[in-house]
Design a protein. Structure first.
Length: 769
């Protein structure tokens, strides 16, 4: 009988939210793949010291870890591991414990150490045998060491991946703090200089600037010009002259000028407060370790879990020839990337910054970073730079419409699009309350449905939830297509920018199809999907879905905790999402649900019976070590009959008092209050891309044949796999849309449901017919 493979996981370097989710995923996936799971406590220190710091982890040991901040297996900076004797001890401890593969979650330092360890491995083993510390037969099964890295770092400073585990949680903390500060800044008409982490990487500062609509941002990769002091004061003065009551400047720890001199918050403070200059009442806030703290946001839990699962697969598939890799994410796609190339590139950024080659430093950052830098520059300007304006005949009058239910990021999208339009000379017009509002326009008496944007007002929308211009579910067909077409003609719109959910998608489809009857509809139109249900064909991500997942994850965490104070309890939580199980599944991934019921799969009595048997089993074996509740997530339309209450009732009856069960419906809470930073940042980036897309049609946006024959003239922007793409509406209508269920025909996330089931320990169950 061959013995089971042993996979160890370790966290190293600075802690970051999501590390516990990594450990949980690795431990459980290892068990699922019939391996033994181990944790190395205290980073490399644990590997060097061995003993009780390397522990076998049973399945149950990681219960409840998803909602814990920091790293429960500890992390440390280990000087001994920098030296070969330290690594020799580590190798011996690996062999003594029979570890076949090591998964390390840490920053670029930790992963460099890991690669060095793997590189030296044969030499270390030989040395151990030569020194008679181990027998040749001891090392025989461990000739090759498999190591896979996961990047756990709040800085998001690693090349080769768009996001590191923890960076979105840190960004969420920062934005929450900046939002609080903004309220007091505005009340007292103050300026705040906010310092955030990032010695060599400005990602946190830049994204916080984009998400909060800050006035000015300092990042190490792209210092301002030699006269940055004047540039900043001029811009702040312009903003103040336009009526802004608050000034927010975000500065990364590693901010420098073009000559590599450090720019400190005090320097910025003194400039803003200078009595001879702006004389603003200015305060400094250094956020410090608050940025590391707290539980991981939904995205980091998802990322950590999927990457942990992928890491286990990678170590099991690796051969001696496979170069050491780490698990990355590019836009929405989990990938394996050769480790040392990425580490080399990461180090090159710091070198380029040191050498004052800032173009190279920016060039080494990923596309999202550079896109967001441009977005920030375009949206924070407020004052229009004449050189950016398009020639008169290329400027467009663009109608902005929100359609469907509100979703986090709608306002941020409009703010960014308006700012971009201003910088190019376009005329953005708000169509209030969707097509229903538009249609209420009668004769020559406009009811105020179409209005220019007030820039000062719009500038405050970066972090606002809901829809400031109002939204409505009514389709243009319901409002009267002829009437809508006439209004588009009357207002001389050159293009339409729509932000919304499935109704917005349907609306674009209707408008496109009606072009044959109404030539005024032959203008370019582009949809930016925004719906918590994330059910729009053409994209794997819709604005608002991240905000919704965060709300759900917080809600479930609280509910789970309440169970620990009472009896053993199962909560059946009903989620929104229409006929798409995305939200239920992803929230299930983030909270470690015991089961998720989706409309795609449906619910049957056999399936419920299997799940009830499993829960009974779990509670029978759980002798009170873990009092945390179990969660089942059920989408509102998973079944016409089995709703959350009925499922909870069935479980309660079948539990025969061994445990309790309750239903819970968070309802509209799921739409979220303040949109998540991810939704806000993506809103900005995608909205600008939409207007740039529409811009391609000018001049000639009204050219009937040109527009009608170009399928890109009615399209949807989306994130698909590793790319941001525009897909023509006619192609999506035909091939990708399940119209009756209002969702894409194929959902990219269905595989994630298997991950929820595997990591939740759900046994295979009879699938509904
Ligand atoms: P963070 O992003 O939080 O700084 P990091 O992983 O880069 O995380 P480091 O302090 O650089 O943090 O590294 C963590 C540990 O990894 C070190 O204490 C050391 O034990 C090991 N390590 C780092 N670099 C190397 C190296 N070049 N050789 C061997 N071990 C290393």
């Amino acid at each position: 009988m061959t013995s089971k493979k042993k996979i160890a996981v370790m966290t190293s370097g600075g802690d970051s939210p999501g590390m516990n989710a990594v450990v949980r995923a690795v431990v459980r996936m290892a068990h699922h793949m019939d391996c033994d799971a181990y944790c190395v406590y205290e980073g490399y220190e644990g590997l060097v010291q061995g003993g009780n710091l390397i522990r076998k982890m049973p399945w149950d040991a990681v219960r409840g870890w998803l909602s814990e901040g920091g790293t429960l297996i500890g992390t440390a900076r280990c000087l001994a591991f920098y030296e070969r004797p330290g690594r020799l001890k580590a190798a011996k401890n690996m062999i003594i414990n029979g570890i076949d593969a090591l998964i390390i979650c840490g920053g670029d330092g930790s992963l460099t150490g890991a690669d060095k360890f793997r590189d030296e491995w044969p030499g270390l083993l030989k040395e151990l045998v030569d020194a008679k510390e181990l027998d040749a037969k001891d090392i025989e099964p461990y000739k090759h060491l498999n190591i896979v890295g996961l990047v756990g770092s709040i800085d998001n400073d690693m090349s080769g991946t768009d996001a590191t585990i923890g960076c979105y949680s840190a960004l969420a903390r920062i934005c929450e703090m900046v939002d609080y500060i903004e309220a007091t800044a505005s009340s007292h008409s103050r300026a705040f200089v906010i310092e955030v982490m990032g010695r060599h990487c400005g990602w946190l500062a830049l994204m916080a600037g984009v998400a909060t609509g800050a006035d000015f941002v300092f990042i190490p990769e792209k210092p301002w010009g030699d006269n940055w002091q004047q540039e900043m004061c001029d811009l702040v003065e312009k903003h103040r002259n336009l009526g802004k009551r608050k000034t927010i400047v975000i500065i990364a720890e590693g901010a420098i000028d073009r000559n590599s001199n450090k720019i400190t918050p005090v320097m910025v403070h003194d400039l803003l407060a200078d009595k001879q200059g702006l004389a603003l009442d200015t305060r400094i806030t250094t956020l410090g370790h608050v940025q590391r703290g707290g539980t991981a946001v939904a995205y980091d839990r998802m990322l950590a879990t999927l990457q942990g699962v992928e890491a286990v697969k990678a170590v099991l598939e690796a051969t001696p020839e496979t170069p050491t890799c780490f698990i990355a994410i590019n836009e929405n796609k989990i990938t394996r990337v050769p480790l040392m190339e990425a580490v080399k590139e990461t180090k090159e950024v710091a070198t380029a910054i040191k050498a004052q080659d800032f173009n190279k430093a920016m060039g080494l950052r990923d596309t999202e970073f550079t896109d967001q830098y441009k977005s920030f520059m375009m949206t924070s300007g407020m004052a229009v730079d004449q050189s950016d304006l398009l020639p008169e005949k290329q400027r467009m009058k663009i109608g902005f419409v929100n359609v469907g239910a509100p979703a986090g990021g709608m306002n941020a999208a409009l703010r960014a699009a308006v700012a971009y339009c201003r910088s190019r000379g376009h005329e953005p017009l708000a169509v209030h309350n969707g097509f229903a509002g538009f249609a209420r326009h009668h004769g020559d008496k406009p009811l105020g449905a179409v209005r220019p944007f007030n820039w000062l007002e719009v500038d405050g929308w970066a972090s606002k939830g809901g829809s400031e211009i109002g939204t409505n579910r009514e389709l243009p067909g319901e409002s009267g297509m002829e009437h809508i077409a006439n209004l588009i003609e009357k207002y001389e719109f050159d293009a339409l920018f729509l932000v919304g959910g499935f109704e917005a998608y349907h609306a674009v489809s209707q408008l496109r199809k009606a072009r044959t009857d109404f030539p005024s509809l032959c203008i370019p139109m582009c949809l930016l999907p925004a719906t918590i249900s994330n059910n729009i064909p053409g994209t794997e991500y819709s604005l608002g879905s991240d905000t919704c997942l965060n709300e759900l994850v917080h809600y479930c965490d609280k509910i789970k905790q309440s169970a620990s104070a009472t009896r053993r309890r199962v909560f059946v939580i009903e989620t929104q999402g229409g006929r798409s199980g995305y939200v239920a599944t992803l929230a299930g991934l983030g909270v470690g649900a015991s089961a998720v019921y989706t409309p795609e799969e449906g619910i049957s009595l056999d399936m419920l019976a299997s799940d009830v048997r499993h829960l009974t089993d779990v509670f029978n074996h759980d002798r009170g070590q873990s009092r945390a509740g179990r969660l089942i997530l059920v989408n509102e339309k998973a079944s016409k009959v089995y709703n959350a209450k009925l499922i909870a009732d069935i479980i309660r009856v079948e539990a025969h008092d061994r445990f309790e069960s309750r239903d819970s419906i968070p309802g509209h809470v799921q739409q979220g209050g303040v949109p998540s930073p991810m939704d806000r940042c993506r809103a900005v980036r995608l909205a600008i891309k939409c207007i740039q897309h529409l811009e391609n049609f000018a001049p000639g946006a009204h050219h009937y044949n040109k527009v009608k024959n170009d399928s890109m003239s009615a399209c949807v922007i989306g994130i698909k796999g590793a790319s941001v793409v525009f897909t023509p509406m006619d192609e999506l209508e035909e091939k990708d849309t399940d119209w009756s269920n209002r969702r894409p025909k194929a959902a990219y996330w269905v595989g994630m449901k298997d991950v929820v089931d595997i990591l939740g320990g759900r046994p295979s169950y009879p699938k509904p017919q």
